[in-house]
Design a protein around this ligand. Structure first.
Ligand code: CUA
Length: 338
C-alpha cells in the first residue's frame, strides 16, 4: 500500500441538490406564499442560523481544548465555566427561543370565535378521511354551501378559516407554502387560518401517518384573484353538467346502473352517496385520488378498473366488470363533469 494515495470522496455534495430541492417548488417551507408561512420560514432560519453558530462555537472550543497548551486551556475546566457554558447558556438560549417561537406563532391559536383582522374570512371545513380530503365550503354562518374533494381554491389576500376534522384516524393538514401543519383528530375540531398573498398552486400533504396509502394523501390549494375565485365559486354551486353527447350519456347510465351512486354524489343526478368523494365537478379538478394522478380519461378509466393497483389499500373496490368501451364511456362522462 506504500506510496498509494487513498482518495476519499465525500457523498455530501451529491446530497446537496436533495437539500436544496426543499428551498423552492409547490411544497417548500422556505419559499412562503403567505404571512403565516413567512413566520414559519423566519423561525426556521433563526433556528438554523442560531444552531449553526452554536455548533461552530462548540467545535472551536473543542479544538481549543485539544490543541492549545495545557496552561492556556485550564480555564475551560473551572467550575464557573462549566456552570456558565453547560447550564446557564442553554437555559437562557432555549428560554429566549421558546418565547420567541410562541410569540411569533401566536396566529395559530385562532379559533372560530377569534375575529380575524381585516377582511371577513372565507370558511372551509376539511375532513381527513382514509385517504382523501372532504372539503366543504361554508357560508358566513357556517352552513354548508357545497362539497368537493382534494382540491381547495381560495382567493388571494383574504384569510381562510379552516375547521379541520377527522372521520377515522389522526391525519394532519399541511400546506407548507401557506403555513404550519395542524392535526385532524377524531372527535375534535381544530382551527387554522391561512392567507395566500400571491396567486399560485400550492401542494398540501397529510403530515401524520394514517395507515396504508398515507403517502398518497395529498391535495392542491389554488390561490386565485378574487374575481376568478368568485367565478369558480359560482360554478361549483351549480349541479353537474348534463352529458354532452350519447357516449357520455352511456357513461352516466353505466355510472348509475352499477351502483357508483351508493358511495359518490353527483349533484343533479340520482347519485347521492356520502362515503366517497363528491364527483359533481370532478372533471374540473386537476388531480385524481388525492393529488395522485392528473385527471384525464386515461387515469379515470384506469382508476375505475384497477385502482387497487394505482393506490393500494384505498377503500374503493376495483371494478373489473367493464369492457374497454364502457370504461371509455364512463371516463368521458366523468371528465365532462367540469
Ligand atoms: Cu392521512 Cu396521513
Amino acid at each position: 500500500m506504500r506510496g498509494r494515495k487513498v482518495i476519499v470522496v465525500s457523498p455530501a455534495p451529491l446530497l446537496l441538490p436533495l437539500l436544496l430541492a426543499g428551498c423552492d417548488g409547490v411544497q417548500a417551507v422556505l419559499s412562503p406564499a403567505g404571512p403565516e408561512a413567512a413566520e414559519v420560514a423566519t423561525l426556521s432560519w433563526v433556528l438554523f442560523i442560531g444552531g449553526a453558530a452554536i455548533f461552530v462555537g462548540v467545535m472551536a472550543l473543542a479544538a481549543y481544548a485539544l490543541l492549545s497548551p495545557p496552561a492556556r486551556r485550564r480555564w475551560l475546566s473551572r467550575p464557573a465555566t462549566v456552570v456558565a457554558a453547560g447550564g446557564i447558556f442553554p437555559v437562557v438560549t432555549l428560554t429566549v427561543l421558546l418565547t420567541y417561537g410562541l410569540v411569533l406563532t401566536e396566529w395559530t391559536q385562532t379559533t372560530a370565535e377569534t375575529p380575524v383582522a381585516g377582511a371577513t374570512p372565507l370558511r372551509i371545513d376539511v375532513v381527513g378521511e382514509q385517504w382523501w380530503w372532504r372539503v366543504t365550503y361554508l357560508d358566513d354562518d357556517g352552513a354548508p354551501v357545497f362539497e368537493t374533494a382534494n382540491e381547495i381554491r381560495i382567493p388571494v389576500g383574504r384569510p381562510v378559516q379552516f375547521t379541520l376534522r377527522s372521520a377515522d384516524v389522526i391525519h394532519s393538514f399541511w400546506v407548507p407554502k401557506l403555513g404550519g401543519k395542524r392535526d385532524m383528530i377524531p372527535g375534535r375540531v381544530n382551527q387554522l387560518t391561512l392567507t395566500a398573498s400571491e396567486p399560485g398552486l400550492f401542494r398540501g400533504q397529510c403530515a401524520e401517518y394514517c395507515g396504508g396509502p398515507h403517502a398518497m394523501m395529498a391535495f392542491e390549494v389554488m390561490a386565485l384573484a378574487p374575481a376568478a375565485f368568485d367565478q369558480w365559486l359560482d360554478a361549483q354551486r351549480q349541479p353537474a353538467r348534463a352529458p354532452a353527447d350519447d357516449f357520455a350519456r352511456q357513461g352516466l347510465a353505466l355510472f348509475l346502473g352499477h351502483g357508483c351512486g351508493a358511495c359518490h354524489s353527483v349533484r343533479g343526478t340520482a347519485a347521492a352517496g356520502r362515503i366517497g368523494p363528491d364527483l359533481t365537478h370532478l372533471g374540473g379538478r386537476r388531480t385524481l385520488a388525492a393529488a395522485s394522478f392528473p385527471t384525464n380519461q386515461g387515469t379515470l378509466a384506469g382508476w375505475i378498473a384497477d385502482n387497487q393497483h394505482l393506490k393500494p389499500g384505498n377503500h374503493m373496490p376495483a371494478f373489473a366488470v367493464f369492457t374497454g368501451v364502457e370504461l371509455r364511456a364512463l371516463a368521458a362522462y366523468l371528465e365532462g363533469l367540469e
